[in-house]
Design a protein around this ligand. Structure first.
Ligand code: CP3
Length: 348
């Protein structure tokens, strides 16, 4: 069966421009909060395939998006490489023992062995594949990973950071160690994405949420080339599976024409003008995005933005999304309004 979201990723004609939202399964939905409470906490929810599948489906029914994104987190990868992880209330993710030395990197599990430990993710995908096929409503399932750089920032800093000073100190004073970490993560992620595809996802997205922490002249060396390596590995083996790249906040890199590689869709963040992305990348890649997520607080601001993006993209080589994740205090009805407006303005 042909799925509208997959067709759009591959630049095939669709009846309207499909839409989904980054972080669409999450705290703004009371139904998500109820399932998370049942699981006990966020990581337990990620580890419970039945419940993880349930919250993955929620935004399809409650908000009307055209694709489901697997419910999990990017940090399950370093966790299964052997780094103890906790999500602290109000503080986000924390690794007990950050990576500091070469010996710390060597002690981490690598390659397929690490990827094999993520069985609960593959189990969740298999449940979802069955559920989506039974529904028969042409909704696609998106798998994902963090980019090696974004994962490395948490592995090195031990938690979220505003300054990235520890990993940037490593970038300039011991780049070989940073590359060693990035290479090891890249190898695990290749197997991880491959196993997600074998378990049944239709599309994969690579999130480089902290791309903008790297100065533009260093971005290729420390992040983009590793993302491209993963994408090209997957496209060589699974050419029918679309790959979406989302490097957040790299308009200077785009402006200089440095985006390259074999993938299908480029996720445009909200700080990059869609017209500029179209001019620089629109011939080569389908573009995804890019409403500023805070516009969701106001329906008029949402409609204006959706119409503006539609006027630029005109339903060609485009997927609607936010330019980053939806925030927990957005009213559900405003999210529904966004989805309906995207489907309305782009209807052919
Ligand atoms: O998009 C989806 O609906 C699928 C699920 C998903 C989550 N995290 C669930 C989640 C996805 C795709 C992610 C990716 C992720 N995780 C990223 C990249 C995407 C982005 O937003 O830039 C990053 C950087 C992380 C790491 C992470 N996970 C942080 C920093 C936090 C804490 C901050 C926060 O938003 O609370 C998380 C927790 C997290 N991941 C939650 C959810 C629903 C909230 C946990 C909860 O329910 O309490």
């Amino acid at each position: 069966m042909s799925k509208i979201f997959v067709d759009a990723c591959l630049r095939k004609p669709t009846p309207y421009t499909p839409v989904w939202m980054m972080r669409q399964a999450g705290r703004y939905l009371p139904e998500y909060m109820a399932v998370r409470a049942k699981a006990g906490n966020f990581l337990n929810l990620c580890h419970n395939p039945e419940l993880a599948a349930e919250v993955t489906i929620q935004p399809l029914d409650l908000v009307g998006v055209d694709a489901a994104i697997l419910f999990s987190d990017i940090l399950v990868v370093p966790n299964e490489m052997g780094m103890k992880l906790e999500f602290l209330k109000g503080e986000g993710p924390v690794f007990e023992k950050p990576v500091v030395t070469e010996a710390d990197v060597d002690a981490l599990l690598g390659g397929e062995e690490a990827a094999n430990k993520l069985t609960y993710v593959y189990e969740t995908i298999k449940i979802l594949r069955k559920q989506l096929d039974v529904r028969g409503d042409e909704k696609a399932l998106i798998g994902f990973t963090g980019a090696p750089w974004t994962l490395a920032t948490y592995m090195i800093e031990g938690q979220g950071t505003k300054t990235y000073n520890i990993c940037k100190k490593m970038m300039y004073s011991n780049p070989a160690l940073l590359h060693k970490i990035l290479k090891k993560v890249t190898e695990v992620v290749k197997f991880y994405m491959e196993k997600q595809i074998q378990s049944g996802v239709d599309v994969v997205q690579i999130f480089d949420s902290w791309a903008a922490a790297i100065e533009p002249s260093k971005y290729d060396e420390f992040s983009w080339k590793y993302m491209v390596e993963i994408a090209e590995y997957l496209k060589a083996k699974y050419p029918h599976i679309p790959v979406i790249m989302f490097p957040k906040g790299i308009s200077a890199f785009i402006e200089r024409g440095l985006v390259y590689g074999n993938f299908d869709v480029f996720g445009v963040d909200w700080g990059t003008p869609m017209a500029m992305a179209k001019e620089k990348l629109g011939d080569k890649y389908v573009l995804q995005g890019n409403m500023e997520p805070c516009r969701l607080y106001d329906k008029t601001a949402t409609t204006q933005c959706v119409e503006g993006i539609q006027n630029i993209m005109k339903g060609e080589g485009h997927i609607f999304n936010l330019g980053h994740g939806i925030l927990p205090d957005v009213p559900v009805e405003n999210a529904i309004h966004f989805v309906k407006e995207c489907q309305r303005v782009s209807k052919k």
